[in-house]
Design a protein around this ligand. Structure first.
Ligand SMILES: Cc1cc2nc3c(=O)[nH]c(=O)nc-3n(C[C@H](O)[C@H](O)[C@H](O)COP(=O)(O)OP(=O)(O)OC[C@H]3O[C@@H](n4cnc5c(N)ncnc54)[C@H](O)[C@@H]3O)c2cc1C
Ligand code: SF4
Length: 511
């Protein structure tokens, strides 16, 4: 009998890789939505020509869908296939909640920013698994997912992944300039607990610097777990069942039954659930393995901190070639801010900047478009993430219609730690020629960082509502949760690489 995996997102494919490497048979059950043919055709048309061959009309048409994205959603290739609208998953008053689920092949990795850092031991001191145990699994994941970056000032701080021999995606003019300025002041910055380096990105070295990252890479150079799924499909012991929505499971002494929408039941020897934290919570609550009525999600809350650089950028940042994923990571290691790292990823010019400026500060204040366009070319935005210790939590209950009712548990520490982190970052960036626009800082709604999990946290001695170190909720021996649901806390330094490593670790050691 095969092992069943629910989900083809980053966690699901990581578990599949480990199980297949052990000689097990795998049946992957996946809601599995795909990009619509018309959007696929538009993407392929773009990819058929080098970026120099795209005229303005084509570029604008490719980007337009993203500019029209409804609030709270993310979109690539003009399509909503990869993110479910809030109402599909949530019930009750949920306008404050930013997390969404995916029912796509490849899950949310069709949309993500590809920022990948390992965790630091100190930041997972409350976990029953340590960084030495995770390290071989980070390496295994980096064997099938590209990790770009450099051997630089972040390596000593975050040694979980070997960076020797890796190359960064070439930085654009603003990022190059900022990195040089940071390097010149590195000793002084280190005294303030500021460490920096090239972004670690799940992006192929073939990147053509066409600047379309936030609209959907025409060549698929930004890793999506769809890529690994395609490879898995040719494995003789792997079976893929798309268009299959799992509702609940039932475990007995000989296996696990998975009930699908439509009435069919599948039986597996073991079940690995990587449906993303919202869908996994829904499946858990519907299956009710130990009378679980409620779950609590942990969040790594984030904020956008805009800054203006005081130097003149040459060449212009909006002239190709450039990329628009975050290009620089800055880690704040300062006990007076937090005992844990605060992570900041820096975005340089992209075509959303001027639009946002015009929408927020434009004609109402009488500022003209050319002025705001010029300001946008000096804008760099830091996305700052906090450890879950300082972030809000979200309670989830199942409603009568099978959706989730979220309730917010705000954390009074969030604004305090964020302010302190911003001041620290602002001081550091002031030393290298940047001015922070503190008044324009925007705290993201709870869940909107998508760095969320911890609803069934792993524990060495699990009690009700927790799982063991193999992601098995208390009372279950054949069901393993492999996505962010089992993280005991959410450090700031990006979630997905660690979720993948942990899923690989669980599937590599599960009985
Ligand atoms: C805009 C955006 C940017 C992001 N940027 C980053 C980043 O830079 N770095 C980072 O670390 N993280 C980032 N993330 C978060 C990252 O995308 C997720 O952490 C990651 O995709 C989670 O992987 P997963 O496998 O747990 O779940 P998902 O990616 O959500 O995949 C879930 C899978 O389960 C399937 N599924 C769901 N429900 C069912 C069901 N009931 N039955 C059957 N199948 C089901 C889906 O079809 C899908 O295949 C970002 C997310 C977004 C939205
Ligand atoms: S710049 Fe972004 S969209 Fe363009 S090729 Fe590189 S990764 Fe793909």
């Amino acid at each position: 009998m095969a092992d069943i995996i629910i989900g083809s997102g980053p966690s699901g494919v990581s578990a599949a890789k480990a199980l297949l490497d052990r000689g097990r048979d795998v049946l992957m059950v996946d809601a599995g939505k795909t990009l619509e043919p018309e959007h696929m055709a538009q993407r392929d048309e773009m990819a058929a020509q080098p970026p120099q061959g795209w005229d303005k009309t084509r570029r604008d048409a490719y980007q337009q869908g993203q500019f029209e994205t409804p609030d709270g959603q993310a979109r690539r290739y003009g399509s909503d296939f990869a993110m479910e609208p809030a109402d599909a998953t949530l019930s009750g008053e949920h306008g404050w909640f930013g997390l969404r689920s995916s029912r796509a092949g490849g899950g949310l990795s069709n949309l993500w920013g590809g920022a990948v850092l390992p965790y630091r031991q100190q930041d997972i001191a409350d976990w029953p698994v340590n960084i030495t145990q995770l390290a071989p699994h980070y390496a295994a994941v980096a064997g099938f997912m590209p990790v770009s970056g450099a051997k630089d000032g972040l390596c000593d701080l975050l040694p979980g992944i070997e960076m020797a021999g890796r190359s960064p995606v070439p930085p654009g003019p603003q990022a190059r300039n900022l990195l040089e300025r940071l390097s010149k002041k590195s000793n002084r910055l280190a005294l303030d607990g500021i460490h920096f380096g090239a972004a670690r990105q799940a992006v192929d070295g073939d990147c053509k610097a066409c600047g379309m990252c936030l609209h959907g890479c025409p060549w698929g150079y930004i890793y999506s777990s769809q890529r690994t799924l395609s490879e898995l499909k040719s494995h003789p012991r792997f079976t893929y069942r798309p268009n299959a929505v799992a509702l609940s499971f039932f475990e007995n002494s000989t296996g696990v039954d998975v009930a699908l929408e439509g009435g069919e039941t599948l039986r597996g020897e073991h079940l690995f659930i990587g449906a993303g934290v919202l869908e996994t919570a829904r499946i858990m609550l519907a299956s009710d393995p130990s009378g679980t009525r409620e779950m609590t999600l942990m969040d790594s809350q984030h904020a956008f901190v805009p800054m203006l650089h005081r130097w003149r950028s040459t060449p212009r940042p909006d002239a190709l070639p450039y990329t628009t994923l975050p290009q620089i990571f800055v880690e704040i290691d300062a006990p007076d801010v937090s005992p844990n790292l605060v992570h900041a990823q820096f975005y340089t010019w992209n075509e959303h900047f001027a639009r946002d400026l015009i929408a927020n500060y434009g004609f109402g204040l009488g500022i003209t478009k050319p002025v705001l366009n010029a300001v946008a070319r000096r804008l760099i935005v830091a996305q700052v993430f906090l450890h879950s210790q300082h972030s809000s939590r979200i309670n989830l209950r199942l409603s009568g219609d099978g959706k989730l009712i979220p309730t917010l548990q705000p954390n009074p520490q969030t604004p305090v730690v964020l302010k302190s982190a911003r001041q620290n970052l602002s001081r550091a960036m002031g030393r290298v020629g940047m001015t922070t626009l503190g008044f324009a800082t925007r705290l993201g709604p709870a869940g909107s960082s998508f760095h969320v999990g911890g609803s069934v946290p792993m524990s060495a001695n699990p009690v009700a509502g927790q799982s063991d170190t193999l992601g098995r909720p208390l009372g279950l021996s054949r069901v393993h949760l492999v996505d962010g649901s089992v993280l005991p806390s959410i450090p700031a330094t990006t979630i997905t690489f660690s979720v993948m490593a942990n899923a690989h670790r669980i599937a590599a050691s599960a009985p």
